[in-house]
Design a protein around this ligand. Structure first.
Ligand code: G4F
Length: 280
């Protein structure tokens, strides 16, 4: 069932939870675009940060016997510290209003766990991608453009920003399994979910265009409007706690992930699916 709601509307969230009385809540809602958060920082703080508190406060007030998953983000780290992998023990240093709001969400979740006894856990998920990724995030922007180019549907260049940033990209279906596993634990806790590999946007272009034998440098143009006022240069996570405690290990790595996304977008163009998604 789809119920309408808004993370900025605490009264409506409270009524929904009172009506549904869920036993598990996967709180993935947010203004989740990092670049956009620099343009609308107050709204981002309200939805992405305080939205989490509104949900937790409703659970507390209603005395709901439910488990709560909070979607933390690797954006809470400002990047690698002394070249060590980022883990649950690494201090946060957000570089965007989005990252700052997620740090609030992380700690308010820990606080409701410690102070109110709510079964509340944080998954600190590194970037996760799939053919369903929104088209304004860099991976999907690239694979979608590539599919349109191959099918002769665009004569425009692909405009991108910083190609040197590195991300630890995993495959979303596996990350959703991790969320579920986190909530099945008797004791709530916080976990990093990541692949332990990092690659630049440039490498993503190499792999995506390379698997079709196309030279991306002839098609990609840099548009500074996609640069961020402060960038997270490198993200690389250590998910060994998740492996040990909840038995989660990623299987799909970078090359396979890029190929899954390229193939799906080309297939989507062949079947007119992208057009349907555009209208949805
Ligand atoms: O794909 P992105 O927009 O993802 P970003 O900023 O890493 O955030 C995503 O992952 C987070 C987990 O770490 C989530 F919490 C968050 O909600 C979101 O899902 O950008 C990735 C990198 C950045 O360094 C950006 O500067 O790609 C660079 N980039 C270069 N050109 C671009 C572009 N990003 C976008 N969106 N568009 C470009 O044209």
């Amino acid at each position: 069932h789809l119920h309408f709601g808004d993370l900025t509307d605490g009264t409506a969230l409270y009524s929904l939870l009172a009506k549904i009385r869920p036993t598990e809540i996967y709180h993935l809602g947010a203004q989740s675009h990092v670049r956009v958060s620099f343009d609308i920082p107050v709204y981002t703080g309200d939805a992405t940060g305080l939205g989490t508190c509104r949900l937790l406060e409703s659970i507390r007030d209603l005395k709901l016997p439910c488990r709560f998953y909070q979607a933390g983000s690797s954006e809470m780290y400002g990047g690698l510290l002394n070249d060590s992998l980022l883990s649950e023990r690494t201090p946060f240093h957000p570089r965007s209003p989005y990252g700052a709001a997620k740090v609030y969400s992380h700690w308010i979740t820990v606080n409701y766990r410690e102070a109110q006894g709510i079964h509340a856990s944080n998954g600190i998920l590194f970037n996760h991608e799939s053919p369903r990724r929104g088209e304004t995030f860099v991976t999907r922007k690239i694979t979608r453009w590539l599919a349109q180019h191959v099918k002769g549907l665009t004569d425009q260049p692909l405009y991108l920003g910083n190609l040197e940033a590195k991300r630890d990209w995993g495959y979303t279906p596996e990350y959703v399994c991790a969320m579920w596993r986190i909530l099945q634990q008797e004791t709530p806790d916080d976990y990093v979910i990541a692949t332990g590999e990092t690659h630049s946007i440039r490498e993503f272009l190499d792999e995506a265009f390379g698997c079709l034998g196309i030279d991306w440098s002839k098609h990609v143009k840099i548009d500074p409007k996609y640069y961020r006022p402060a960038e997270v240069d490198v993200l690389l996570g250590d998910a060994s706690k998740a492996a040990e405690k909840i038995g989660w290990v990623p299987r799909v790595k970078f090359k396979e992930l890029v190929q899954i996304m390229v193939k799906a977008d080309i297939k989507g163009e062949e079947h007119g699916l992208t057009e349907i998604w555009d209208r949805a």
